[in-house]
Ligand binder design. Structure first.
Ligand code: NCD
Length: 377
């Protein structure tokens, strides 16, 4: 039998990939790959998860089967990222469906490069003179401020309007008119709006970059991209892969746009198991369930937190979006239905990752992530 080291070396050789490119292809950190490639008697050497072998074999099978396809993919990879993920030919980000696995990983590489700038260890003025228009017609703290802060850190400035009351939409102005006029003043728009599909309407009215910062119960692409980026970094620390992982999504899966975008992005990976834990009136929309099932993932729906969280590698909890309720009742959804420390200690693994897009409803009796987990590592 081949050793793990021979197997990986042979695969890199056959795929004609460097260690860096191979690690990217697997969606893991170069460091994790290095530890798998060390001689097995070295103290730093680590056994690779079984899933990696399956995944590598799958990549090899695809590469052999479809040389033509690989050539096409290479020419796509040579295209600038903004073109690869364009929306109707424009540099706009409206849905995570604009990504495939390669473009997502290319974006993560850009994020890696930006980290020292975000931490102010490096300075970039690449957006000097540029103006971002930030239009938030719904409540927001982190999305609005983080987009604004990112733009400012890169040397640009931000003009914003928040809520309907203080914008011309309160005077009956259409999305089309607002978008056309704004694009005469600013170089890019970040938009949050309570209606699904509304940000796409903004985007279609202009040629400037438009980013969807949440369109009602539709999508929240930037949140999902950063969730996946976080996950990938944590997994590479743990030597785990996103392929084959078990993710529990908890809370309001009907109206929670962050989970809508996240489940789509995770579906780009292979062989996942999703357990969806929601009150029966707030289950994941069926169009998303069908999409995920078509990609060959396993989906289990339950109303029991114990069942849903058992053995999960990732628990992603969300807030109940009462402001979007349309007559739904969550009666029977008891106050003790909560992801809390005693539950996590009882059913999760030591390395289970707990996530939440925030904001968390911290009021007494809220069915949200409990504050008794604040000091959980
Ligand atoms: C979420 C949103 O607005 O969709 N927050 C966020 O932007 N990170 C989640 C929520 O409101 O519950």
């Amino acid at each position: 039998m081949h050793s793990q080291q021979d197997f990986l070396r042979d695969a890199m050789h056959r795929l004609n990939l460097t260690r860096d490119r191979f690690a990217d292809r697997l969606g893991i950190r170069r460091r994790a790959l290095d530890t798998w490639l060390l001689p097995s008697d070295s103290s730093e050497s680590r056994a690779m998860p079984d899933m990696v072998e399956k995944f590598v074999l799958e990549i090899l099978r695809h590469a052999a089967q479809d040389g033509q396809g690989a050539l096409a993919a290479d020419s796509r990879a040579a295209q600038p990222l903004a073109e690869r993920i364009a929306f109707e030919g424009k540099p706009q980000l409206l849905s995570v469906s604009q990504f495939d696995r390669d473009s997502l990983e290319a974006l993560f590489q850009v994020a890696d490069i930006m980290q020292p700038i975000a931490r102010r260890q490096k300075v970039s003025r690449v957006l000097e003179g540029a103006v971002l228009g930030s239009l938030f017609f719904e409540a927001s703290t982190r999305t609005r401020v983080s987009f604004g802060a990112a733009f400012c850190r890169l040397g640009g400035t931000v003009c914003d309007t928040t809520g309907f009351t203080f914008s011309s939409m309160a005077k009956g102005e259409s999305i089309y008119d607002t978008s056309r006029v704004m694009s005469g003043y600013v170089d890019a728009l970040v938009v949050r709006h309570p209606e699904q599909g509304s940000v796409t309407e903004f985007a279609r009215a202009t040629n400037i970059p438009v980013i969807n910062a949440g369109d009602g119960p539709g999508e929240h692409p930037s949140q999902a991209i950063l969730d996946l980026y976080t996950l990938q970094r944590e997994f590479s620390r743990l030597g785990k892969l996103i392929d084959g992982t078990h993710v529990a999504l908890v809370g309001d899966l009907k109206y929670g746009r962050t989970v809508h975008s996240l489940i789509r992005l995770l579906s780009l990976y292979q062989g996942l198991k999703f357990t969806l834990v929601a009150p029966s009136s707030l289950e994941m929309p069926s169009y998303l369930l069908e999409l995920v099932a078509r990609q060959g993932h396993v989906i289990e729906q339950t109303q029991s937190l114990e069942t849903g969280l058992h053995g999960a590698d990732v628990v992603y909890a969300t807030r109940i979006q009462r402001e979007r309720f349309n007559g739904e009742s969550i009666e029977g959804y008891a106050p003790d239905f909560q992801v809390c420390k005693s539950l996590v200690d009882a059913v999760c693994k030591a390395d289970t990752i707990l996530m939440h897009p925030l904001p968390r409803d911290g009021r007494p009796g809220a069915n949200d992530l409990s504050t008794d987990l604040n000091y959980d590592p």
